[in-house]
Write a protein that binds this ligand. Sequence first.
Ligand SMILES: [Ca+2]
Ligand SMILES: [Ca+2]
Ligand SMILES: [Ca+2]
Ligand SMILES: [Ca+2]
Length: 347
Amino acid sequence: SPQSSLYFRIKMADKQRRTTIIRQVVFLLLFLCVWALGSGTVRYAVPEEMESGSFVANVAKDLGLDPKRLSARRARVVSEGSRQHFQLNSNTGNLFINEKLDREELCGQTDPCILHFEIILENPLQSYRAQVRVYDVNDHSPEFSDNELLLKMPESTPPGSRFPLANAQDLDVRNNSLQSYAISSTDHFRVYTRHRSDGRKYAELVLETPLDREEQAEISFMLTAIDGGSPARSGAAQVRITVLDINDNVPEFSQTLYRARVLENSEQDYVVLTVSATDSDEGINGAISYTFSQKSKKNVSSFTPPTCIGPVPPPAGMSSSFRLAALSDIILFTVFPLPPYSWIHFK
Ligand SMILES: [Ca+2]
Ligand SMILES: [Ca+2]
Ligand SMILES: [Ca+2]
Ligand SMILES: [Ca+2]
């Protein structure tokens, strides 16, 4: 009937109006919620490593809440994680550190280190976002993974050669982290602080002056890593460089000219002369054997081949000697290994 049709239309309009109102209320509530959250965020900053129970701030004052009503409204702190880093005194509105904050443990290399939590009140329900920035304190020294860094380089290494060294690690951030490297005095090396692509700093050793194993077979010095904290902290490692031998020394006779006199009727195996040579190189590079040179073969025909009577091969730097048994006037000796070689006149 027309009447029932009209009633139906009124009903529909009513329903639509109510839906619209509900939608508007929900929207308004959402808006208020967002506004409350936005306006209620409080930010604080504390240095790490402060003792448990240290005062952070009075949140009641900062949020404009009545401290006397905090207890009745069951005000409390709810952290995002499982650990409660802070506690609220519901009588005063003071926020305290619940347990000592270690920035390195909480955030590692993430900087800034921010802890988020909420301050929740009941009757009426209100929540405020809060965050505390934990400032870094220089409580770590740069550390090398090994106390000793061992390197080997041939004595022929040209000056200007670069040697990257293992980097030290400092768990702190920014200025409190590792800034530079230094070495204790050495004539041969300089150290430079270089940056890796990931931002970490490592030490690069540069050879300044030529090495000479015969002069110094091992070079050692301290490598120090320094941070930028105030006061600065540092860590050190011993650098030991073994200089490897190169055959850069010729054997040298104890005299450039040896003179000897022999009677023409000397017996066979008569010792005419003992000569000796030394080579300051190491191992096989310093081993000496003796021989007559090709040129003087004719002259030495009456000599037995020279024999080494010292240890064969002689230890580096030790002299070796041989004996000759025969007659002659002038002989040329060549000393091995060849090249390089030394020679002497034998008269
Ligand atoms: Ca710490
Ligand atoms: Ca720290
Ligand atoms: Ca540090
Ligand atoms: Ca050498």
